[in-house]
Design a protein around this ligand. Structure first.
Ligand code: ADP
Ligand code: TRP
Length: 340
């Protein structure tokens, strides 16, 4: 809890690429709603990104770009706290202390590490740890430190991250058991799946799930002309214009549905089912809906991305607020462990 009496929710975002409209629907929009209910904290997990990103310019760019995206999408910096993980060095002290109470066997069972070993096994490599860095191995401990350092009550994440939150709760439990003498020095976080997380995934420009790894994304803040081009690329079948069409099996409609008003969606659905609407027309509608919805956000994003914009100060102010909480928690941890 905080002075406001509201529970704290913590969201971490890994800056590994340009945000796309799938991220917006699946992660950003649901997370915006948290700010209504919780004392919401959002941070850019740049140290987590370092397990894979090897280009300093890119990491700097993605970190700013992700922060600018979330602010442009509607986070109000007056009401929430947004900071860069690397601006909170207390994270590392806690990471080490936590790793001293974390069972190595538990890390061996972490999904991401296990998946890397499975890939090596499948490709016939003798050393199953080939290409696995210690950052990947320790990733869950660093994530536990992010969570526990802010006394987080809840951590809203998708299914792919739920094991990490369970690990954080386990590690906090071990710490309290070993050092707390029965007292809850570290708060045990709870996992929440955001209400808006319907598990629906947005298709990309090749019809598969939109994902950076498939190179089929529609970046969130693309300029109009490029946006139009990408929308044109979404695959459709060869049903003639005059024939009835099934909206739900169309990628174009599935994207439209997530961005258009219910009235527009209902109208387009009816017209597709009746026949007489071609895919080209549907794509024009999708482009217009996306451009109208994202245009104002894009303008704000572009402003924030300019060198010397208020983004730097916003992140610095966020880090100051986060560090106040971090120092408080670390003070309790030091006291409990005997670290002076
Ligand atoms: P990518 O697959 O492009 O690398 P990430 O794994 O970085 O995306 O995704 C970050 C978050 O964005 C995920 O937790 C997920 O909730 C959301 N997300 C990503 N792609 C989609 C999609 N196609 N549809 C809906 N949500 C998505
Ligand atoms: N591992 C998360 C992801 O890949 C990002 C993350 C890092 C995170 N630290 C966190 C999420 C703490 C929630 C809480 O998406």
């Amino acid at each position: 809890m905080t002075t406001s009496g509201r529970k704290v929710s913590l969201t971490g975002i890994k800056p590994t690429g340009e945000p796309h409209i799938g991220n917006y629907i699946g992660a950003i929009k649901p997370a915006l709603e948290l700010a209504e209910q919780y004392e919401a904290m959002y941070f850019i997990a740049d140290y987590h990104a370092l397990t894979t990103v090897r280009d300093p310019e890119l990491l700097r760019h993605y970190s700013r770009s992700v922060a600018a995206t979330w602010l442009a999408a509607g986070l109000d910096p007056e009401r929430i706290t947004m900071y860069l993980q690397s601006d909170v060095p207390e994270t590392f002290e806690l990471t080490w202390i936590l790793s001293c109470v974390t069972a190595k066997g538990m890390m061996n069972r972490a999904h991401a590490y296990k998946a890397a070993r499975d890939r090596n096994a499948e490709s016939g490599k003798e050393d199953l740890d080939a290409g696995v860095n210690m950052g990947t191995y320790n990733y869950p401990v660093l994530m536990a430190a992010d969570i526990l350092l802010m006394d987080s009550d809840v951590v809203p994440v998708g299914k792919d991250q739920s094991q990490h939150v369970e690990y954080a709760a386990d590690i906090a439990g071990s710490f309290n058991h070993l050092f707390g003498g029965g007292k809850p020095v570290l708060k045990i976080p709870a996992l929440v799946v955001p209400e808006a997380d319907t598990g629906k995934t947005l298709p990309g420009t090749d019809g598969r799930k939109m994902s950076k790894s498939y190179d089929n994304t529609i970046p969130l803040f693309l300029e109009s002309a490029k946006l139009k081009k990408l929308v044109r690329r979404i695959p459709t079948d060869s049903t003639p214009v005059e024939d009835p069409k099934d909206p739900d099996s169309s990628s174009v409609f599935q994207i439209l549905e997530q961005f258009a008003t219910p009235d527009v969606t209902t109208d387009v659905r009816k017209r597709l089912e009746a026949g007489g609407v071609g895919w080209g027309e549907l794509k024009n509608t999708l482009f217009e809906v996306l451009d109208e919805k994202l245009g104002p956000l894009r303008a704000r994003y572009d402003e924030l991305m300019l060198p010397g914009s208020e983004l730097t100060d916003l992140l610095a102010a966020g880090a100051d607020k986060a560090r106040v909480r971090a120092r408080e928690v670390l003070g309790r941890v030091r006291e409990a462990t005997g670290i002076q």
